[in-house]
Design a protein around this ligand. Structure first.
Ligand SMILES: NC(=O)C1=CN([C@@H]2O[C@H](COP(=O)(O)OP(=O)(O)OC[C@H]3O[C@@H](n4cnc5c(N)ncnc54)[C@H](OP(=O)(O)O)[C@@H]3O)[C@@H](O)[C@H]2O)[C@@H](O)CC1
Ligand SMILES: [K+]
Length: 553
C-alpha cells in the first residue's frame, strides 16, 4: 500500500517529524535536495548545460538553493534566481542561501534588477523551487510573472529547455490538482515522501510530467500519527484480497452473476459486461435482456445463460388472452411487490432470477424509459429482499438520479451494494434542485473525495467514482485512488467491462469494498496490457476484456 498526501497532511508530516520526533529540519531538507540533485543529474546529459534554479523564500525555495549547491559541488553549471516576493522568508531558506553563497553559487536577485526573462535565455534547465506544499492561495504578482516566463520559454524552446519541479509544480493545488492561478509546467517533478494527491488528477497530473518519488526518511511514527486518508494498492495488495481459485473446484464454486443489461435496441453492453465477467473468473453468467438481443448475445457469448423479457406493449394479445409474439416467453407477467404490473413479460419471474444469482450487475445499455425504470426497481427490490449484492452502472445510475428514492428506500445496515458513476453521472446523482449538472461537476473537481464519500453515506453503498484516476469510497475518511490505466480506455464500453469485472468478484463472494477496489485495479491493469499490445489509439474494450485473465491469481 502507498499513501498519497494533501498539502495539509504533507505539512503535518513535516511538522511532526521535526517538532515531535526531533528530526532536524536541515537533515530532511538536505535529503530532499540530494534527491532533486540526483534526479536532475540523471536528466542532464552534458555538464556544460546551464541550470537555473528559480526560488522563492519558503522551504521549497530552501530545497532549491540546497539542490543548486549540491549540483555545483558535483561540477554542474548552476545558478540561482531569487524572486524575493515573500515578506516572511523561512529560516531554513536563509540558512541555505548563506551556505550556497559560501560555496560560491551565483545568486541573481530580482531586487538587484536582474530580469528572469533575459537571464533564462542562456540556460538549458530550470529547477522550480518557487512554491511547494505551503502554497495557500492563488498566485499573482511577481511569482505569477516568473511562472509565466518559465512556461513561455518552455513553449518556445520545447525540448531545448527542461523544467524540473521540486516537490510539486509551483501553482498546482496539492489537494485536487487544480491550478491556483498559474502553475509551472514541468517535465519532471521530484516529490518527497509521498506523491501529492493533486499530482494525480486533471491539470495537476498534466503539469507534473514524470513523477520521481524520493524517500527522504520521514519517520514511520510521524506518518502513522498523521494517518493519511488517501492510498493506492499494487498488484501484490490486490492478490491478497482476491479469492483463491482452488484446483478442486467446479463452475458452481465461482459464483453466479446475473447481468441485467441492454434493451430492445442495445445488445453490445450486455456482451461486453458478460465477457468481462467470465474473464474475471465468474463461474456462471446469466444475462437478462430484451428478447430482440437473443440471437446476438447467443452468438457473441455462447457460454452465457440467457433469459429474455419483452415489453408488454411489444406483444399483441389475442382475444383469448394468449401471447403470440413472445417467442420463448410464456406470457407470465411479473408484478413484483405490487409495482405497476404489465411493463415486462418474461418466462422467468424476476424474483427467481435474483434468487438464482450470488450477485447482480445492472445498468449497461438498460435505457432510461419507464420500462427500464420498472425493470430496475423490480430487480433492486428483489435483490434487497433476498439480500443479494448488486453493482449498478450507467443507465441504472441515470434512472436513480431522476428518482433517488429508488435507492434511498433500499438501504442496508451494511454497505452491500456498489455504484460506479463516471464524473457526469455523479454530477447528475448529486446535483441539488437549484444547481445544474455543470455546477455539480465543478464541485466534484474541487473535492471528488468528499463527493464520493457523501454518496457512499447517503445511500449506504460503496461508491466508485470513475475518471482517469478512479476513486473508491466506503464512506469513511479513507479513500482508495487507483493509479493504473490509460487514455486508451476512454472508449465506449469501458464502463460495461468494469461492471462485469466487479459483478464477477461480488458473485465469487468478495466483500463489496474489496470487489470494487480489486475490480477497478484489474480493469486498469488490463487496460495497460491492452495498450502495450495494441496501442492506446487503437485498443478496444474487447482487447481489454481479452487480457483480464493475465492479472493472475
Ligand atoms: N518543512 C520541512 O521540514 C521540509 C519541507 N520541505 C520543502 O518545503 C516545502 C514546503 O515549504 P513551506 O511550508 O515553507 O511552503 P512553500 O511552499 O515553500 O511556500 C510557503 C511560503 O509561500 C507563501 N505563500 C503561499 N501561497 C502564496 C501565494 N499564492 N502567493 C504568495 N505567497 C504565498 C507562504 O506565505 P503565507 O501563506 O504563510 O502567508 C509562505 O511564506 C515542501 O514542499 C518541500 O519542498 C522539504 O525540504 C522537506 C522538509
Ligand atoms: K515547486
Amino acid at each position: 500500500m502507498k499513501y498519497f498526501t494533501t498539502g495539509a497532511k504533507s505539512a503535518l508530516i513535516d511538522k511532526i517529524s521535526i517538532e515531535e520526533v526531533g528530526m532536524p529540519q536541515m537533515v530532511l531538507m538536505e535529503r530532499a535536495s540530494l534527491g532533486v540533485a540526483g534526479a536532475a543529474a540523471e536528466f542532464i546529459k552534458d555538464k556544460k548545460q546551464k541550470i537555473l534554479t528559480v526560488v522563492e523564500g519558503g522551504n521549497n525555495g530552501g530545497d532549491g538553493v540546497a539542490a543548486a549547491r549540491i549540483l555545483k559541488e558535483r561540477g554542474f553549471n548552476v545558478d540561482i534566481f531569487y524572486i524575493g516576493g515573500i515578506k516572511k522568508t523561512s529560516e531554513a531558506f536563509l540558512e541555505q542561501i548563506k551556505i550556497a553563497e559560501n560555496c560560491g553559487v551565483k545568486i541573481y536577485k530580482a531586487s538587484d534588477d536582474y530580469s528572469l526573462k533575459s537571464l533564462l535565455v542562456g540556460y538549458d534547465i530550470v529547477i522550480d523551487g518557487i512554491f511547494g506544499v505551503g502554497l495557500s492561495r492563488e498566485i499573482g504578482g511577481v511569482q505569477a510573472e516568473a511562472i509565466n516566463i518559465i512556461n513561455d520559454a518552455k513553449e518556445e524552446r520545447q525540448n531545448d529547455l527542461a523544467v524540473i519541479s521540486i516537490d510539486i509544480p509551483s501553482g498546482v493545488s496539492a489537494d485536487n490538482g487544480e491550478l491556483l492561478g498559474v502553475a509551472v509546467k514541468a517535465d519532471v517533478t521530484v516529490t518527497f515522501g509521498f506523491t501529492k494527491v493533486g499530482m494525480l488528477f486533471g491539470k495537476g497530473r498534466e503539469y507534473s510530467g514524470k513523477i520521481i518519488l524520493k524517500d527522504i526518511g520521514f519517520p514511520a511514527c510521524a506518518v502513522e500519527k498523521t494517518a493519511p486518508e488517501y492510498y493506492g494498492l499494487d498488484i501484490d495488495d490486490i492478490k491478497k484480497i482476491l479469492p483463491v481459485r482452488k484446483d478442486d473446484s467446479n463452475k458452481g464454486n465461482f459464483g453466479r452473476l446475473l447481468i441485467v443489461a441492454g434493451n430492445d435496441s442495445i445488445a453490445g453492453a450486455a456482451v461486453i459486461a458478460g465477457q468481462a465477467a467470465f474473464k474475471a473468473g465468474a463461474g456462471l453468467v446469466k444475462i437478462f435482456t430484451h428478447k430482440d438481443n437473443r440471437n446476438i448475445i447467443g452468438a457473441a457469448l455462447p457460454e452465457a445463460l440467457l433469459d429474455v423479457y419483452e415489453y408488454n406493449s411489444d406483444s399483441e394479445e389475442s382475444s383469448d388472452g394468449t401471447n403470440h409474439s413472445a417467442g420463448k416467453c410464456s406470457g407470465k407477467i411479473t408484478s413484483p411487490g405490487g409495482e405497476q404490473s404489465g411493463e415486462i413479460i418474461s418466462s422467468t419471474d424476476i424474483e427467481s432470477l435474483v434468487k438464482w444469482a450470488t450477485a447482480i450487475a445492472i445498468g449497461p445499455g438498460l435505457g432510461t424509459s419507464e420500462k427500464s425504470k420498472y425493470l430496475l426497481k423490480a430487480v433492486l427490490k428483489a435483490a434487497y429482499e433476498n439480500d443479494k449484492p448488486v453493482v449498478m452502472d450507467a443507465d441504472a445510475i441515470n434512472i436513480i438520479s431522476e428518482d433517488r428514492s429508488i435507492l434511498k428506500n433500499l438501504r442496508f445496515e451494511e454497505k452491500k451494494w456498489i455504484i460506479t458513476p463516471h464524473m457526469l453521472e455523479m454530477a447528475r446523482l448529486i446535483k441539488t434542485e437549484d444547481e445544474n449538472a455543470k455546477d455539480a461537476l465543478g464541485r466534484i473537481f474541487k473535492d471528488r473525495f468528499e463527493v464520493a464519500k457523501y454518496v457512499s453515506n447517503e445511500y449506504n453503498i460503496i461508491s466508485v467514482l470513475k475518471d482517469a484516476r478512479t476513486v473508491v469510497s466506503d464512506g469513511s475518511s479513507r479513500c482508495f485512488i487507483n493509479t493504473n490505466g490509460n487514455s486508451g480506455m476512454s472508449k465506449g464500453g469501458s464502463g460495461d467491462s468494469l461492471t462485469g469485472i466487479i459483478g464477477a468478484l461480488l458473485a465469487e463472494g468478495m466483500k463489496p469494498q474489496d470487489a470494487a477496489r480489486a475490480g477497478v485495479f484489474i480493469h486498469g491493469a488490463a487496460g495497460d496490457i491492452a495498450a502495450l499490445k495494441c496501442g492506446r489509439t487503437s485498443m478496444t474494450v474487447t482487447d481489454l476484456n481479452g487480457v483480464i485473465d493475465m492479472i493472475k491469481r
